[in-house]
Design a protein around this ligand. Structure first.
Ligand code: AMP
Length: 216
């Protein structure tokens, strides 16, 4: 099963994608995570990507598309995969469609995770992450036991540069302009399924399992 996650940054795509990945035994491919790993490892790609990410802008398509095409051609993607954060522009979606067409394949579902901009700003600007173990907290909804300290490894928590309120607003602007048209693109392909970013992730994943399995 090949799934694409749509929806604004911070709507909850990652949580739903990682649960579906476990449920269906298919890899969860997050372009944001790939870029962040490259930044951490100091690669050339990481240096280039960071310049755009820190400003809330999209990394150019030419740095993004090949990376994803290469990743989905690996062996662990034979049974399917979940793309989280890609495509983010119409040219990226077209590159994906073309690459799959060549193999006589297509995406099965595009899950559109819906949450209002106001809620996204509150959710993302309160997010704190552990730079060492990757644990994620929220100052209001999921605070660590000791303020500013990771429960799991004791490191000082940080706010991702792209989670500051100003950058989140920029990312939402970029989303509405460049990524939202993908909803129409996948509507035309007839594979959109709507998901609430507000309901609990477990509840949405249970509901989705029925929809996805029913159509298989
Ligand atoms: P995310 O964790 O998915 O919100 O991604 C974080 C940042 O990585 C985005 O704000 C972009 O700067 C960059 N990024 C991730 N995926 C893409 C993509 N498909 N195209 C361009 N930039 C991306």
């Amino acid at each position: 099963m090949k799934i694409v996650m749509l929806g604004a940054p911070g709507a909850g795509k990652g949580t739903i994608a990682s649960r579906l990945s476990v449920k269906y035994g298919i890899p969860h491919i997050s372009t944001g995570d790939i870029f962040r790993a490259n930044i951490k490892n100091g690669t050339e790609l990481g240096k280039k990507a960071k310049f755009y990410m820190d400003q809330g802008l999209l990394v150019p398509d030419e740095l993004t598309c090949d990376l994803v095409m290469d990743r989905i051609s690996q062996d662990d993607c034979k049974k399917g995969f979940i793309l989280d954060g890609f495509p983010r522009t119409i040219p990226q979606a077209e590159a994906l469609t073309d690459a799959l067409d060549e193999k006589d394949e297509q995406m099965d579902y595009a899950l559109n995770v819906i949450l209002s901009d106001d809620k996204i700003v509150k959710r993302m600007s309160g997010r704190r992450t552990c730079p060492k173990c990757g644990a994620v907290y929220h100052i209001v909804t999921l605070p660590p036991k000791k303020e500013g300290i990771c429960d799991k490894c004791g490191s000082a928590l940080v706010q991702r540069a792209d989670d500051s309120e100003e950058t989140v607003k920029k990312r939402l602007e970029v989303y509405h302009e460049q990524t939202e048209p993908l909803i129409e693109y996948y509507h035309r392909a007839g594979i959109i399924v709507e998901v609430s970013g507000d309901a609990g992730a477990d509840q949405e994943v249970d509901r989705l399992s029925e929809v996805l399995e029913d159509e298989e």
